[in-house]
Write a protein that binds this ligand. Structure first.
Ligand SMILES: Nc1ncnc2c1ncn2[C@@H]1O[C@H](COP(=O)(O)OP(=O)(O)OP(=O)(O)O)[C@@H](O)[C@H]1O
Ligand SMILES: Cc1ncc(CO)c(N)n1
Length: 277
């Protein structure tokens, strides 16, 4: 690499489109750009979506998903990959096939199944995630609802989140981050607590809870920030803790925004001075 013209590392998101621009591959590409990482994308689904919910969704055909994967992986030196909405067991199987062929390095799997608005984003057996992508994942990042669906049991406390992280790790990922954004109770009112199981060690990642209604796409943003930081060669635990800090700052910086009439997007580019001035 020429020292005077350093080039960005490349990351890939395999995800669905959010027409409102706050979640999905739009959030992922914002996040990659905010980290100085070149973002490539494989579109798995198109959703008609805004801050109030999803009104329609259609999957991209398996052939076209394969063609996009081949186009990106056949040309770029991809350093890290993030999966978001895969939509169906069929597309999950395609991604798993590329993973088994060692073509998806440093794989961050966000097992997207249900939007915070309650809309279903995965038609298939949740355990396919664990069987298909668990052994291939570097990091698995379920939210509370997804962890419950994956394990088939209720999770209602930080201790149960720790047990869930340990149980999910037995399916093969190097790290499991169980996100507590949707946890209730007095502790969770003040702090947004995630639980990380990484290389056999348990860590609580806590941040002050930001008072905001704009939390659309926080999960996508967190997982893509992890992939971006891995692409930037941060050690894994640091990449995950740093990604959480990035999300907290993005929530704070976008708290006063009124983009859309429901829970709006976070400020992905909070670290950058405005170019509008
Ligand atoms: N109000 C908040 N203040 C601080 N951190 C938060 C807040 N809400 C969520 N988080 C953090 O944001 C990250 C994403 O967590 P969350 O559980 O909301 O994921 P998700 O449900 O997958 O998100 P999405 O809204 O994209 O579906 C976690 O690190 C969580 O702790
Ligand atoms: C396309 C898409 N992917 C993921 C999520 C989860 O936030 C969403 N709402 N929409």
């Amino acid at each position: 690499m020429n020292r005077n013209h350093p080039q960005p590392p490349v990351a890939l998101t395999i995800a669905g489109s959010d027409s409102g621009g706050g979640a999905g591959l739009q959030a992922d590409l914002h996040t990659f750009a905010a980290h100085g990482v070149h973002g490539t994308s494989v579109v798995t689904a198109i959703t008609a979506q805004n801050t109030r919910g999803v009104t329609a969704a259609r999957a991209v055909g398996a052939d076209l998903v394969r063609a996009q994967l081949d186009a990106v992986l056949g040309d770029f030196a991809v350093a890290a990959v993030k999966t978001g909405m895969l939509g169906s067991g069929e597309l999950l199987a395609v991604v798993a096939e590329y993973g088994r062929d060692d073509r998806l390095p440093n794989l961050v799997v966000d097992p997207v199944m249900v939007a915070t608005t309650g809309d279903t984003l995965f038609e298939g057996d949740p355990t396919a995630y664990l069987r298909g992508l668990g052994p291939l994942a570097t990091v698995l990042t379920p939210n509370l609802i997804e962890a419950q669906l994956l394990l088939g049991r209720a999770i209602a406390s930080v201790e149960e989140m720790r047990e869930a992280a340990r149980a999910l790790a037995t399916f093969g990922p190097r790290a499991v981050l169980v996100k507590g954004g949707h946890l209730g109770g007095p502790t969770a009112e003040k702090a947004a607590i995630d639980v990380l199981w990484c290389d056999g060690q348990m860590l609580d990642l806590a941040a002050p809870r930001v008072a905001t209604r704009n939390d659309h796409g926080t999960g996508c943003t967190l997982a893509s920030a992890i992939a971006a930081r891995i692409a930037l060669e941060h050690p894994l635990t640091q990449a995950i803790a740093g990604a959480k800090a990035y999300v907290t700052e993005a929530l704070k910086a976008g708290a006063a925004w009124r983009l859309g009439t429901g829970p709006g997007p976070v400020h992905h580019h909070h670290g950058r001075k405005s170019t509008a001035l």
